[in-house]
Design a binder for this molecule. Structure first.
Ligand code: NZQ
Ligand code: ZN
Length: 393
């Protein structure tokens, strides 16, 4: 097990009706806030009215900025930065899914910075201070409600770039599983795929002596698959949403990666799909992940065998380890298909003639730099190309 230094101070308020506390929680932080949200789902569900009532009751003044798109754009972030500067706002309340929360985080880090916000993303300059933010999560998937990360897209150069810094961790997040009932069905599947990937990025490691986090990862993965299948057939099942919401938070709060090297190749490989084709993140991940697994599994067969047996329920008595590992991956693909998730580029409408460019962008060769992706196996652009080729089958 590796050394670690861990602090996650996001106050989580979980359960039925908890959105009514947003005014009181926000008032503890600020008298005036930016209320940031997406393209209308919170108005249709009635959540917007509840939030406004709670803020009014607590005496919190607010300025609104709506319109965050899935794969949130830097252009709106710039607008939010201007509003906060002009209105002297020091706290952001994000109501929505990962895109809204990520957009809020990017605004929070840009307000006091002299640098252009996109340059900060591209250059990875450290952020030591940012405005604080709180969230009401309406879509369990990204874990952004308690993560230090934000992922922003720029239409101008077709890039999607992730960034992380401790001041971006929300001070509070409200998670009420009832708010998930209004989600379009496909968002359940994308969310399950994303939170599973956040666990895979930590689980598939060369670090040894990680019994506790191995077991936590395996339990969380089984919980997500079991409850996602329940929700597929019974969408308004509160208890299943509660398990999914709790798992999505645990998957990306930092806990499951403690003491182990993390990988993150699949996320970087997926971001190129979202950047060029605007595909939902979870749908890109269900295509990329099995191909990545098949490509790298020989680097550490025991962890793929462990996954097959302990998570996917493969019979461990097979004599050939490779067959067990492959059967685990096949069963994962079977789960994705059962949920209606794509497993090939064809289903996402991605053309084969773009994959070399995507491999070079993911590894930054296309920008005159070079980075290898991943940790379990370090991937060059040629490796990434092979993984993309595996998605074409
Ligand atoms: O625009 P609105 O009205 O908000 O509608 C959204 C959007 O159309 C809708 N929605 C959300 N909650 C709803 C709802 N519709 C009805 N009822 C509700 N309760 O769902 C659509 C998708 O929302 P979005 O926020 O884009 O989805 P998600 O939460 O999956 O976020 C995806 C983004 O997060 C990034 C992804 O790359 C992607 O850009 N990620 C962020 C991470 C982080 N910050 O830690 C980690 C992840 O790995 C991920 O990369
Ligand atoms: Zn993700």
């Amino acid at each position: 097990m590796n050394n670690f230094d861990y602090k996650n101070e996001t106050h989580i308020i979980f359960g039925r009706g908890t959105q009514s506390r947003v005014g009181e929680l926000t008032k503890e932080q600020a008298d005036k806030v930016l209320l940031h949200y997406g393209t209308g789902s919170i108005k249709r569900s009635g959540l917007y009215d509840e939030v406004i009532a709670s803020l009014n009751e607590a005496g919190v003044e607010f300025v609104e900025l709506s319109g965050v798109l899935p794969n949130p754009r830097v252009s709106l972030v710039r607008k939010g930065i201007e509003i906060c500067r002009r209105e002297n706002i020091r706290f952001i309340l994000a109501v929505g899914g990962g895109s809204v929360i990520d957009s809020a985080k990017a605004i929070a880090m840009g307000v006091d910075s002299e640098d252009d916000i996109w340059d900060i993303f591209l250059q990875g300059k450290p952020t030591l201070e940012a405005l604080k933010l709180g969230t009401i999560l309406t879509l369990p998937a990204t874990g952004s409600e308690s993560s230090v990360n934000t992922v922003i897209s720029n239409d101008e150069d077709e890039r999607k770039v992730g960034y992380g810094a401790p001041p971006l961790r929300p001070v509070f997040s409200i998670l009420n599983p009832e708010l998930f009932f209004t989600l379009p069905k496909e968002q359940l599947t994308y969310g399950a795929s994303d939170m599973m990937s956040h666990i895979f990025e930590r689980y598939f490691t060369n670090t040894v002596n990680t019994d506790l986090t191995d077991a936590l990862c395996e339990g969380a993965l089984r919980t997500i698959m079991k409850n996602a299948l329940i929700l597929r057939d019974d969408f308004n099942n509160y208890d299943a949403w509660a398990e999914i919401g709790f798992s999505g938070y645990v998957a990306h709060k930092g806990l499951l990666g403690l003491g182990r090297d993390e990988d993150w190749a699949c996320h970087a490989i997926e971001h190129e799909l979202s950047a060029i084709y605007d595909v939902p993140h979870g749908a890109g991940l269900s295509v990329v992940t099995p191909s990545w697994m098949k490509y790298v599994m020989k680097e550490n067969l025991p962890i793929f065998v462990q996954f097959a047996v302990k998570v996917m329920g493969v019979d461990g008595s097979f004599r050939e380890q490779e067959k067990i590992a492959l059967e685990g991956i096949r069963k994962l693909e079977e789960f994705y298909k059962a949920m209606g998730l794509p497993t090939t580029f064809k289903e996402l409408g991605i053309e084969e003639d773009k994959i070399e460019l995507m491999a070079k962008k993911a590894t930054r060769i296309a920008f005159g730099q070079e980075r290898q992706l991943g940790k379990l196996k370090k991937l060059s652009w040629q490796d990434v190309l092979k993984i993309y080729e595996g998605c074409c089958k």
